[in-house]
Design a protein around this ligand. Structure first.
Ligand code: SAM
Length: 284
C-alpha cells in the first residue's frame, strides 16, 4: 500500500509527496504537529497540515532569510528571531562568529522539542551559548522593547492560527521600535502566485511600507511551498539592500552557502513584472 501526504494549497490545487513513514503526530496547545519520512525530500514536518520545511529544500529558505540582511549590514550583532522554532534560521545566524546574541521567540515549545528530535541538523545550533529561547507569543514579546536589535527575522507560520498577530500593524510598529536606528526587519512574505497567499503578501507589504522608510521584496524558489515561488520582505530604517550591499565584506566571512551568493543578492530583488505590478498597486 502506498502512503501519500497531500497538502491542499488552494481549493483547486493539491501537492503530494510519497511517504515512507509517518513518524509523529501530536496536537500542541497551538497547532497539530506532524513529522514524515520520504524518499524525495528526506524528513519533513507540517503544522496544521502545511509544510514548514523539508530536509531537502530548507537550505533555500534559511539562506535567504538570514544572509541577505547580513550582507546588507555585516555589523549586525543582536538578532531577534520570531517563530523559527525548527532552528534553521538560528543555525545560519550562528555561523557569524561576530554575532553576540540571538533571541528566539517561538510560541510553541513542542515545535522546538520535536525538531530537536526529528530534524537534528536543522536544530543543531539551538544550544549555542549565544541563543536564548523564549516560549512566548512574538506579538507580546516585542511590546515595550526599544532600540535593542540590529535585525529582526519573522520566521512565522501563515497569517492563520497562532501566526495571525505577526502580520498586523501593531506588530510591525513594535518591531520598528525594538530595532536600533539602523535596524532591519526581514519577514517571510508568502507567495505571489495563488490569490490566497498573494492577498496576504499585499496586506503585509502595505502595512510594512507605511512604517519603514525602506521596504523591498525579494524572491526565492522553494519547491515545497505553495507554487514554489516565495517572497521575503526586507524593511529597514537606514540600509538599502542594493545600494548599501557589502559584497566584499560578506565574502570575507568565507561562508560556504548552498543557495545564497553575492550575485544572487542583487538578482533576487529583480522581480517578475506581475509581482512588480502587484506591489505597485499596493504602493499607489
Ligand atoms: N519556514 C516556515 C514557513 O514559512 O513555512 C516557518 C517555520 S517556523 C517552524 C514557524 C514557527 O512560528 C512555528 O514554530 C510556530 O510555533 C511559530 N509561531 C506561530 N505563531 C507565533 C507567534 N504568534 N509567536 C511566536 N511564534 C509563533
Amino acid at each position: 500500500m502506498e502512503l501519500w501526504y497531500t497538502e491542499e494549497q488552494t481549493e483547486n490545487v493539491r501537492f503530494s509527496i510519497k511517504v515512507k513513514k509517518h513518524l509523529y503526530t501530536e496536537q500542541s496547545n497551538y497547532q497539530l504537529i506532524d513529522f514524515f519520512e520520504t524518499n524525495e525530500f528526506g524528513k519533513f514536518f507540517t503544522l496544521d497540515g502545511i509544510i514548514m520545511l523539508t530536509e531537502k529544500d530548507e537550505f533555500i529558505y534559511h539562506d535567504m532569510i538570514t544572509h541577505v540582511p547580513l550582507a546588507t549590514n555585516p555589523n549586525i550583532k543582536k538578532v531577534l528571531v520570531i517563530g523559527g522554532g525548527d532552528g534553521g534560521s538560528v543555525r545560519e545566524l550562528s555561523r557569524y562568529s561576530h554575532i553576540e546574541r540571538i533571541d528566539l521567540v517561538d510560541i510553541d515549545e513542542m515545535v522546538v522539542r520535536t525538531c530537536k528530535q526529528f530534524l537534528p541538523i536543522t536544530a543543531s545550533k539551538l544550544d549555542d551559548p549565544r541563543v536564548n529561547i523564549y516560549y512566548e507569543d512574538g506579538l507580546k514579546y516585542v511590546m515595550n522593547k526599544e532600540n535593542l536589535y540590529d535585525l529582526i527575522i519573522v520566521d512565522s507560520t501563515d497569517p492563520i492560527g497562532p501566526g495571525e498577530g505577526l502580520f498586523t500593524v501593531e506588530f510591525y510598529t513594535n518591531c520598528f521600535k525594538a530595532l536600533k536606528e539602523d535596524g532591519i526587519l526581514v519577514n517571510q512574505h508568502e507567495s505571489p502566485y495563488y490569490e490566497k497567499q498573494a492577498k496576504e503578501m499585499r496586506r503585509s507589504h502595505s502595512k510594512i511600507k507605511k512604517i519603514f522608510p525602506i521596504s523591498k521584496v525579494y524572491q526565492a524558489h522553494i519547491p515545497t511551498y505553495e507554487s514554489g515561488h516565495w517572497l521575503f520582505g526586507f524593511a529597514s530604517k537606514k540600509y538599502d539592500p542594493i545600494k548599501d550591499f557589502q559584497k566584499e565584506k560578506w565574502e570575507q566571512f568565507n561562508l560556504k552557502t548552498k543557495y545564497y551568493n553575492t550575485d544572487l543578492h542583487l538578482g533576487c530583488f529583480a522581480l517578475p513584472t506581475y509581482v512588480r505590478e502587484m506591489l505597485k498597486k499596493v504602493n499607489d
